[in-house]
Structures are given as C-alpha cells and as structure tokens.
Design a binder for this molecule. Structure first.
Ligand code: NDP
Ligand code: MG
Length: 349
C-alpha cells in the first residue's frame, strides 16, 4: 500500500486525487488531508476516507471541524505550522502538493527533507525556488513526479530516452478563453469572463493565470527546472483542443507526443502509480471525429508569456519576483480592484 498525503484536498486537484485514490483503494491509502478554510468538505472527506491526520489552516473554524468529524481517532490539527510540518504526524510515501501559490513551498521542502516523494501540482514552488528545490532533491531520497498535464506528458515522452538526445520541448497551451482576442478586447474583460476556461475546470487562481497566459509562463519555468533544459530549447504553441498535452523533439528530428482527453485524473494517477500504469474507464480520444489545430502565441497581446521567458532566462530571483507579483495582481483582479490588463503592467513594473 502506498501511503499518501493530499495537501489542498478540497481544491480542484485535491478532489480529483481523492477520486483516483478511491478507485484504486487496493494500492493507495489516504493518510493525511489538508484545507485552508473549507472545513465542511474537509470533514466529509475525513469521514469517508478515514485518514490518520486532518489539517485545517484557518484556526477560526477548527471547533466547527471538530464537531463534524465523527471518528475520535482521527488527529485534527490547525494552523499553517501544522501544514508546513505535516510529515511529522504520520508515515508517508508520497505527498500530492495540490496547494495554490506560495503556500506550497514550505510543505514541499519539508517533504523532500523527509524523503517523501512528491506528486507536484503546485508549480509555483518550482517557479519560486527551482534551483534550491532541485539541489535539495539531489541530496535526499525523494523524487518529483509532475502532475501538471504538460509536464506529465513530457515526463512520459522522455521515458527510456537519453536526456542528451533531447533537442527541444514543445509545450502546448489551449490559449485560454481570450485566444485570438486583441488588446482592445482584453481591456474590457470581466472577472467572470476570465474565469470561464474553454477546456479545463480548475481553481480560480490558475484559471485567471490561464486567461493571461501566465500559467504557460510559469510552466515554461517549471519545465526548465524539471527537465534541465535551456530556455531557448522550450517552445510554446497554441493547441486549442488540449488533446496533445506536450511534446519532445530529439536530435534526429523525431517528435514524441502524449495525447488524451483533457482530464487531470490521468496525470494524477500516472504520478501516483509511477512507474506502473493503472487502468481506468475515462473517456478515450477518437481521431476520426475531431481535428487538431495549432497557432503561434501572440507575445504582444499576452505580455505575461514574454515576461516569464525573460524571468526564466535571467533566473536568480527573477522567477520568484514574477510569481510574487502575479499572486498579488491575480488576487486584486479577482476582487475587482484592478482591470485585466493592469495585471501584466504591474508585474512588468
Ligand atoms: P484550488 O484553488 O482549487 O485548491 C487549492 C487548495 O489549496 C484548496 O484545498 C485550498 O483550501 C488550499 N489552499 C489555498 N490557499 C491555501 C493556503 N494559503 N494555505 C493552505 N491551503 C491553501 O487550486 P487547484 O486545485 O486548481 O490548483 C492547485 C495547484 O495545482 C496550483 O498550483 C495549480 O497551478 C496546479 N494545477 C492545477 C490544475 C487544475 O486542473 N486545477 C492543473 C495543473 C496544475 P480551501 O478549499 O479551504 O480554500
Ligand atoms: Mg498545465
């Protein structure tokens, strides 16, 4: 049995991870879950999966959580420091980092230092501290297995290949809800329009990042660190159907791609089951009834992508600054404090 912790179990990736664990309960055991403030869903998950430990960051709701959890043997912890030190409360093989933004950083460091494998959804961790995290992984007995669909695709394409044969990575992007739109259009878009992603249902922060293409920018930085490639060897292409999740090109010109319906349960189960593939009954892609299209991204309209490439090239603390500025502007946009295009100009400043 693989013993698993899911940090951020009440979010989009967290809930889908619990589905995967439930479908494979003969091989996975959920030992620890955490949420920020959604105590009701956290209690439901605890009552259903009977983990050893439950962590709620928002201490003001802990009494309410205590009342809803029925099994007195479940240890209930509160506050950010419990989350940051999660590994000391039970024995674990793998942690799924389904936290959003910078909150994923310290728990990930804690996991690596305690030799726990990481199914990494929280890309911000690598953007903030990629070099540091990689060094830490090298000096400990922990692996990083990507959950982000593009990075899972690249990871699968590189299986059994010699890294030295890799010529470039081709990261695909859906283009988000504003693909093909111009700056005049973007100037007027609302929060609700930006939250309406064409292919994926995700948490609010990553959905806004997808609408500004910052998500792709963060993924470029994530790919640079995960696969050790030079930034000039990473291309981004728009592929509106989100069927090809990414590709790698080798020195002989061969390209290998990973395809499938857009469904995050697939990369999640690949990371949890690795190196084994697990069977499932999710919808299959059918080549006959559909077509695959590709476009060049417009770096002028989607300035965030340009900024992310620049930060990745500069490295040092540039990606960390980019990420911090982005977290702040996305939160301000969601609260309708600034307009859509203000986000990128504030980050650039
Ligand atoms: P959600 O917003 O749906 O979920 C975030 C989870 O983290 C929730 O459980 C939330 O708790 C918890 N959380 C949020 N803020 C904090 C905090 N400050 N401290 C502790 N816990 C916190 O996000 P997603 O699932 O969409 O995304 C999670 C990560 O995965 C992100 O880094 C994202 O970029 C990445 N990712 C997501 C994909 C997707 O399809 N959703 C695809 C690829 C990558 P609560 O519910 O109580 O607020
Ligand atoms: Mg992605």
């Amino acid at each position: 049995m693989k013993k698993i912790a899911v940090l951020g179990s009440t979010g989009s990736i967290g809930k889908q991870t619990l589905e995967v664990i439930k479908k494979n309960k003969d091989i996975f055991k959920l030992e620890l879950i955490s949420a920020n403030s959604n105590y009701k869903l956290l209690a439901q998950q605890a009552n259903k999966f009977q983990p050893k430990v439950v962590i709620l960051c928002d201490s003001s709701k802990i009494e309410k959580l205590n009342k809803l959890i029925k099994n007195p043997k479940i240890e209930i912890l509160e506050g950010e420091s419990s989350l940051n030190n999660f590994s000391k409360y039970c024995v674990l093989d793998t942690v799924v980092t389904a936290l959003v933004g910078k909150s994923g950083l310290i728990p990930t460091i804690n996991a690596i230092k305690n030799n726990i494998d990481i199914a990494l959804a929280n890309k911000e961790t690598l953007v903030i501290a990629g070099r540091f995290i990689l060094d830490l992984v090298k000096n400990n007995n922990s692996k990083i297995l990507p959950v982000d669909s593009e990075h899972s695709a690249i990871f699968q394409c590189l299986n059994g290949e010699d890294d030295r044969d890799l010529e470039k990575i081709i990261l695909t992007a859906s283009g988000g809800p504003f693909r093909g739109k111009d700056l005049d259009y973007l100037n007027k878009v609302t929060v609700n329009e930006a939250l309406n992603h064409p292919n994926w249902e995700m948490g609010e922060k990553i959905t806004i990042d997808s609408s500004t293409l910052m998500n792709k920018g963060l993924e470029v930085i994530e790919a640079k660190f995960l696969f050790g490639v030079d930034i000039k060897n990473i291309d981004v292409i728009i592929h509106p159907e989100s069927i090809i999740h990414s590709m790698v090109q080798f020195k002989d010109g061969s390209i290998i791609a990973q395809l499938g319906k857009p469904d995050m349960r697939l990369p999640i189960q690949y990371a949890l089951g690795y190196p084994k593939r697990l069977s499932n009954y999710y919808k299959r892609y059918n080549f006959i009834d559909s077509s695959l299209n590709f476009e060049k991204p417009c770096y002028k309209t989607f300035n965030n992508l340009k900024l992310a490439f620049e930060a990745a090239e500069k490295e040092g603390n540039a990606p960390c600054i980019l990420n911090a500025a982005n977290e702040i502007v996305v939160s301000a946009f969601l609260r309708e404090k600034i307009k859509f295009l203000d986000m990128t100009s504030i980050i650039e400043d």
